[in-house]
Design a protein around this ligand. Structure first.
Ligand code: SF4
Ligand code: SF4
Length: 447
């Protein structure tokens, strides 16, 4: 059978060899963690602790103020030493809670030990006894968000409107961004928890099918997940062609279910919800242990890093501490990115904290376009051929530069997912995504 995929896309060098064989190691948080009150799409939290308060690990410190939001929790035990604005890896500053770490990791009283025996009959009976509402409530209380980057609150995904029933839970193990391997390692090292979390998500939305989608550059992860899926009737593994951006939601849904999410629509419109690997593990921990999302696996890589690694990291630890734990830099990096090199966010300050959506932090000696001038469009149409959304990036970039709002709308600029394929392929090194982002801002502002 042919490998599943989508139309368009590009093949950047994946560079995963730097960390894909390296087991996840725990990182010990330093003296202070800085926890932003906004780490998700939606409204920021309001602090429910004050300077001088003692907090326990896993204790809620920021409460959600609207449905589309997610609470935040202390990732260490210690003392709140400040609540003030601080630079955020998503850009700008956010109100943040500074906790002085007492080094004891004293757990909040309501967090239990893992007490679910990982044999299929026990897991099935446990999940059968759960109520969907109970799962959603625990996920909400645990502050779980998507952990692949966008950080959309998971309890909102698990509450689809009645007019869009969900039949399929898609677990995104594609990890198509170069360098990143945290999901890969989690599929190998936490295989059972991935499945347990996926089954809980399916129960929450009454879906009857779970597809775990993995690119074929991770054969060991495919084998591990296929093995465990034999024990759970409603689960299957879809092996995908390795191609960027295979892991973006619409492309993943198209490749695995042949369903087309309508322009401007959500996956729920075609009966699907998509969750990532780490999110499944967080859901399992929240339901079984009442454990909030206070830790995640981060890939620390890039050609400027001495010892690239995957580390299990507390939320709020500074990037600089992680680079240091990875042996420091071979030479001063010219570019630092949070996330992958294609869609990640460039950083100018390495003292920003890890947040729930930090899948990786990368440091490069030279970014691919470093020092190159942007040229004019030579109408080669390569960007059109690779655009996974079937847009005309060449026109969009020019209309944006000319501030032609009517044309930007006519050419569906808002459907662009900023995947960067057009920038990657352009022989003139045109700053396509920057132009398109500026065009979108113009449409939002004046359109
Ligand atoms: S790839 Fe670059 S040069 Fe070619 S059509 Fe697109 S924008 Fe123009
Ligand atoms: S136009 Fe948008 S969706 Fe299309 S290739 Fe460029 S960044 Fe990706």
């Amino acid at each position: 059978m042919g490998l599943k995929t989508f139309k368009g896309g590009v093949h950047p060098k994946d560079e995963k060899f730097r960390t894909n064989k390296v087991s996840v190691t725990p990182h010990i948080a330093a003296e202070e963690v800085i926890i932003p009150l906004r780490q998700h799409i939606g409204a920021p939290c309001k602090p429910i602790v004050k300077e001088g308060d003692t907090v326990l690990m896993g204790q809620k410190i920021g409460e959600q103020t609207s449905f589309i939001s997610a609470p935040v929790h202390a990732s260490v035990s210690g003392t709140v030493v400040a609540i003030r604005p601080y630079p955020h890896p998503g850009g700008g500053e956010e109100m943040s809670v500074f906790i002085q770490n007492d080094g004891l990791d004293t757990l909040s009283k309501d967090i239990n030990a893992w007490n679910l025996e990982m044999v299929p009959s026990k897991v099935k009976a446990y999940i059968q006894a759960l109520q969907p509402k109970e799962i959603v409530e625990k996920v909400k209380e645990a502050g779980i968000t998507g952990m692949g980057g966008a950080a959309f609150p998971t309890h909102v995904k698990l509450t689809p409107p009645p007019e869009t029933p969900i039949d399929t839970v898609l677990i995104n193990g594609a990890e198509c961004e170069p360098y990143l391997t945290s999901d890969h390692r989690q599929m190998l090292e936490n295989t059972q928890k991935v499945i347990v979390g996926a089954l809980m998500i399916a129960k929450a939305v009454s879906a009857n099918k779970i597809i775990i989608a993995i690119e074929n550059n991770k054969p060991d992860a495919v084998a591990a997940m296929q093995q465990i899926c034999q024990d759970y009737e409603m689960t299957e593994v879809a092996v995908l062609k390795t191609k960027y951006p295979q892991g973006s939601e619409k492309q993943l849904i198209q490749a695995t279910t042949k369903r087309q999410v309508p322009s401007g629509g959500l996956p729920a419109a075609v009966g699907v919800i998509v969750n990532n690997i780490d999110t499944c593990i967080a859901v399992a921990n929240a339901v079984v242990r009442n454990m909030p999302l206070i830790e995640r696996v981060v890939t620390i890589s890039g050609d400027a890093v001495k010892k690239p690694a995957n580390m299990s990291v507390r939320i709020g630890v500074k990037f600089s501490e992680l680079f240091e734990a990875a042996g420091g830099f071979i030479e001063e990096p010219k570019k630092i990115v949070m996330g992958g090199p294609m869609m990640g966010i460039a950083q100018t300050n390495i003292d920003v904290p890890v947040i729930k959506g930090t899948s990786g932090i990368l440091a490069f000696k030279q970014p691919p376009t470093y020092g190159k001038e942007e040229g004019s469009c030579i109408k080669c149409s390569k960007c059109v051929q690779v655009c996974p959304m079937r847009l005309m990036p060449n026109y969009l970039s020019v209309f944006s530069q000319k501030k032609n709002i009517d044309k930007l709308k006519e050419y569906h600029i808002m459907d662009c997912m900023e995947c960067g394929c057009c920038s990657f392929i352009c022989p003139q090194r045109r700053f396509m995504v920057q132009h398109i982002k500026a065009g979108k801002a113009l449409v939002k502002q004046k359109g």
